[in-house]
Design a protein around this ligand. Structure first.
Ligand SMILES: Cc1ncc(C[n+]2csc(CCOP(=O)(O)OP(=O)(O)O)c2C)c(N)n1
Length: 364
């Protein structure tokens, strides 16, 4: 097996640090505590959003349970000038981009197609069409390249792009085309695949006879396989791949090996297609537990910190419960606003028709 194909792991499931000749973590105790805090808070966010869906307040939710390390480790490696394109499950990455959890809920409550200000957060909204955004991200990265926003050596402005997607998306034409464009044009992009073992009810092993990261070789880009439940390793490999992209060395594919511990979405019942023993196997590899053990054993995690964090998590959940119910319904006419960037005669006509219908309703 090629060295590149070996999985990168810097902390194992017993909370023991592992040395790897290729990657040294630069994270100090405070940074590790902060990663731990983020993972605990997004797990709470996820749990609360799932509960809100069960209470009928959201139409749907796609849980991230089990994928906290992959999302926080990679998300925290981003710089503010970088740009993210993601699927519907990257709530943890959105958190790292400073998106408020209530803003995330607007999409799932059906009150807004674009849940947050993409330009401000430098992260486009949730993409539901599997793999489509890999091409959008690659196009954006090609633009950044053409605009001279890479390879200048300025750490404040050199820019990278990340496309997040799942193992199922690796079978989509769009993703494979994105690999071709990105390698041909040496675009500043990191393809971050969270291999959570399942594309709804389709297991990864039925979609690929080799590790997904090994596919990179055929396209001519580096493929890194990382323990996706290891937040330290996810941070390290993403940091390196982003540096490569920003400095003009081209794209990287990262396969973060993880497990979706919950349902695909709140409309799914995973007990119909997978064994409980799989859940037990992966529960032992929980991404939060291993960092907690390490921090605790090394005297970094204090009781007061834990108590304050639990209170922060509770108040976040409380705020989500209250503010979700207060989210305003959109103005009906706003649906015409974002169809085209300029005006369009047919859209304008439809808008006028709806205005008439609305005004008649007001009269009666
Ligand atoms: C182009 C397209 N085909 C099919 C679907 C239906 N669909 C929704 S989620 C999903 C599975 C995606 O699996 P994966 O890429 O592994 O991501 P995960 O949901 O596991 O994070 C499919 C097939 C879709 N949304 N878009």
């Amino acid at each position: 097996m090629d060295l590149q194909d070996r999985i990168v792991q810097l902390i194992d499931s017993t909370g023991t640090l592992i040395s790897d000749p290729r990657y040294q973590s630069t994270l100090n105790d405070a940074a590790l505590l902060s990663l731990y805090q983020d993972m605990v808070l997004i797990r709470k966010l996820d749990e609360q959003a799932t509960a809100l869906q069960r209470q009928g307040e959201l139409g749907l939710w796609a849980p991230l349970l089990g994928q906290e390390a992959a999302q926080i480790g990679s998300g925290r490696a981003l710089k503010s000038q970088d740009y993210v394109f993601s699927t519907y499950r990257e709530h943890g990455v959105a958190w790292c981009r400073g998106v408020d959890p209530v803003e995330m809920l607007r999409f799932w409550r059906g009150t807004m197609h674009q849940p947050w200000d993409a330009n401000f957060h430098r992260m486009y909204g949730y993409q539901v069409i599997i793999g489509a955004h890999a091409l959008h991200a690659t196009g954006y990265a090609m633009g950044a390249h053409l605009a001279g926003r890479i390879g200048t050596g300025n750490p404040e402005t050199d820019q990278a792009v990340v496309a997040y997607f799942g193992d199922g998306a690796m079978s989509e034409g769009d993703v494979n085309e994105a690999f071709i464009f990105a390698t041909t044009y040496k675009s500043p992009i990191v393809f971050f695949c969270q291999n959570n073992q399942w594309a709804i009810s389709e297991p990864t092993k039925r979609q690929s006879s080799i590790h997904l990261s090994e596919r990179a070789k055929g396209f001519g880009l580096p493929g890194i396989r990382v323990d996706g439940n290891d937040v330290i390793a996810c941070h390290a490999v993403t940091t390196e791949a982003l540096d490569r992209a920003r400095s003009g060395e081209g794209p990287t594919l990262i396969e973060a090996v993880t497990y979706r511990m919950g349902a695909h979405t709140t409309s799914d019942d995973p007990t119909k297609y997978r064994a409980g023993s799989d859940d037990d196997f992966w529960r032992e590899k929980d991404p939060i537990d291993r960092l907690k053990i390490y921090l605790h054993n090394n005297g970094i995690l204090k009781v007061e910190f834990e108590t304050e964090l639990a209170a922060k998590a509770d108040s976040l959940a409380e705020r989500m419960r209250v503010e979700c119910r207060e989210l305003p319904n959109p103005d009906a006419l706003s649906m015409f606003n974002h169809v085209y960037s300029g005006s369009d005669a047919r859209i304008d006509e439809q808008k006028r028709e709806v205005e008439v219908i609305l005004s008649e309703r007001e009269v009666h």
